[in-house]
Design a protein around this ligand. Sequence first.
Ligand code: HXC
Length: 520
Amino acid sequence: MSTNVEKIKELVDKREEARIGGGVKRIEAQHNKGKFTARERIQMLLDEDSFEEFDMFVTHRTFSFGLDKQQYYSDGVVTGRGTIDGRIVYVFSQDFTVFGGSLSETFALKICKILDQAMKVGAPVIGLNDSGGARIQEGVRSLAGYAEIFQRNILASGVIPQLSAIFGPCAGGAVYSPALTDFIMMTEDTSYMFVTGPKVVQSVTGEVISTEDLGGANVHSTKSGISHFLAENEEEGILLLRKLISYLPQNNLEEPPVIDCSDPTDRLEEQLNEIIPDSPNKPYNIKEVIRATVDYGEFLEVQRNYAKNIVVGFARYNGRPVGIVANQPMFLAGVLDIDASRKAARFVRFCDAFNIPIVTFVDVPGFLPGSAQEYGGIIIHGAKLLYAYGEATVPKVTITLRKSYGGAHDVMSCKQLRGDLNYAWPTAEIAVMGAKGAIEVLEGRKIAGIEDQEEKQKYIMEKEQEYVEKFANPYQAAKYGFIDDIIEPRNSRFRIIRALESLATKKVFNPAKKHDNIPL
Ligand code: HXC
């Protein structure tokens, strides 16, 4: 065998060794848990044969605790670049078969290299997490490694999209890298995230709680809202990531990708003319309105199971990606509370950072009243959404379907928060408050003075009716130009598409500043 051939064989052998990570037994153990390996996940995520691996031959530099005898190529994380639907993405995938995917100094450097390269070329980063946290044998070097990653996540925020999938454990300070990224996806039963695990929780607070109940995918999708997407399994999770990427630009200097659309732009949706119930207290499903108007009825909902009184997600109009924000009358009558405000504010800011126009559907009775909300800081959290809409410079199209009352009217992308095109359906009620509340305030003394109950009820009803006729309609707002047009509900798709097309060249700049000071 010539020296060349020998050297090439050595390379092939080394590559083969690297590809089996921590060994066949540990790969089997991973599969037995219903999980894929780091490399299998990359394979599923990227276009076929598009993956270019970096740093395959990196090994750790720790020689105590017997680690000198345990060296694995790649050192527990597979990193590189590939494409999704032909568009470049950078990827790192933690390999649980090597020291439980725990993070060493060299492991961290590999992830940092990915983040640096992605920033240089302006491409998204996708992190697939499955790790026992800091590699215990490395001590503070591992902590420093995490901080190097955090710093890069922070600088990349708002420049390139950063997506995190949690496919296994993610604990301790390690949770903060995903938390600094734009979206987190978790898989049911196999992933969890927490700052301190059940054992520490028990020893410090006495609380006995399971891993699943403390930081499982369901908990983070419903209670904390940390997880933006919940997948039944890894395959579904990977498909979700691919779909999400399809709506996003490569970086903050690019526009989101527009695709061909064969769904007619002038499609009339007759059922929308009937969707608003006669009674103002009756709910309807706002997702029916969203699906009726967007291309092919396709809507990628974000935080589907958290703060259900507001719906956010991605869709397209005539092939153009948008972010949709919509009050949901089916839950808490679509009221704005702390969770809904935070959820929508974060989403609006993401869309604005990445040049994704925002379409807002309004049906909001107001902010949720009460001490629980006040003590929880609804003032600050509600202000986040107000702030997010007000600072956003992307095209903003707003459609008021029914209620738009009080402070919540202002918050939900009103004209004065630089709403570009604000439409209303004829069923819209844009006013300071609902008829009942208004009459209680305005006529309270008079009503209290009427002794006969029948007469009292009749008077209240008359006054409420008078108020509804005078104020609970879109014509007052339209009279002042706060609403640009009152449109027939069935025309909504067509009107939104035309609005977005007219705004495609919109340019608005905020004053120069070091950074803003959004109420946190
Ligand atoms: C080194 C680790 C490791 C770690 C796991 N392993 N975690 N090695 N450092 N942090 C190794 C194990 O020794 C084992 O090696 C292999 O990975 C698989 O681990 P198992 O325990 O057998 O797997 P499993 O039963 O599935 O349990 C997974 C686990 C558990 C729940 C993640 O391993 C665990 O609790 N690990 C410690 C978690 C932790 O406390 N990490 C530090 C958090 S603090 P072999 O050779 O047997 O295959 C932190 C600070 C970050 O991360 C701060 C950033 C700012």
